[in-house]
Design a protein around this ligand. Sequence first.
Ligand code: 5AD
Length: 359
Amino acid sequence: MEPGKNKIEEQDFVKCAERLIRREHLERGDWRILLEGRTQSRQQWLAGQASALRDRIYGKRIFIRGLIEFTNYCRNDCFYCGIRRSNSQTSRYRLGKEEILSCCEAGYRLGFRTFVLQGGEDPYYTDDRLKEIVRSIRQQYPDCAITLSVGEKDRESYAAYRKAGADRYLLRHETANAAHYAMLHPKEQKLADRIQCLYTLKELGYQTGAGFMVGSPGQTTETLIDDLQFLEELQPEMVGIGPFLPHHGTPFREEKQGSGELTLYLLSLVRLLLPRVLLPATTALGTIDEKGREKGILAGANVVMPNLSPADVRGKYLLYDHKICTGKEAAEGLEALRNSMNALGYEIAADRGDIAPEC
Ligand code: 5AD
């Protein structure tokens, strides 16, 4: 899928793009034309369309989320991920309730109104412990949104966290193609379980986030079409998309990284597919390209998620090599982030930034 010279005729590309812009359902062949027909100028045009659509819905407002990476213990062994259980080189840590609350306090003062509690699937955090953490945050910060990102759980657990006060849940599907899913995960992890979790979360009234890496080993145009069609069906409120980046302590250490440009293109396609979606310019995108965050916004993203974790653990939540956690990626760098968003004509919103109501 090299951009540049392209075998797909302009009129065919434009026809499919216009159908997407008009919010018509696309068939596999239409998505194939959009994905295979990517050139620099077509990409720029779609980014402009996506960006204008986001502006019509959200105005010039970018939402911020304070990301608290509260444990890097994980019982799973995903082949791509630096905190997989088999990576014995990782120095593991857990944050206690008080430490998490201190992160929230610092974040609240800086202006964050959404806290994202993300961690590996760590059995230390039983439902009782997690509920207690969520309840405490809910009690102290009634005006804030609480987002959980702690992996696959059963319905009862998800329901209990919701009852304790959680509003949103992030669980990337990683790939909607079962054969591809099996290339990325050990056999005890099943795509069907992941998808079931996502529908359960929606049923329980969570604002739900799915998503995938771009350029993960084994990804093809066909698996990307599966991803886009899955997103159309699920209708998630949030979608996380970032380039795959290798980690030296994983079986994918020698695999090549995903493309930043293709990531930007997919952000634009997803914005057009799901106009109101909350779409972050991810840390991985900022890692692969110094201007990745800003380019993500210009491609249609409307969320950034600076790191609110305590400084001494930030370097340990390494999902991939060279993960950034300073400057605009850090909560203390909010001023710099604000300036860079202002320079693009955007401002950082001061509210919790829920999904826009349908109108
Ligand atoms: N490169 C990029 N993204 C990764 N993630 C995990 N490992 C990597 C990697 N090596 C993403 C996964 C996961 C999210 C928390 O981080 O998509 O869902």
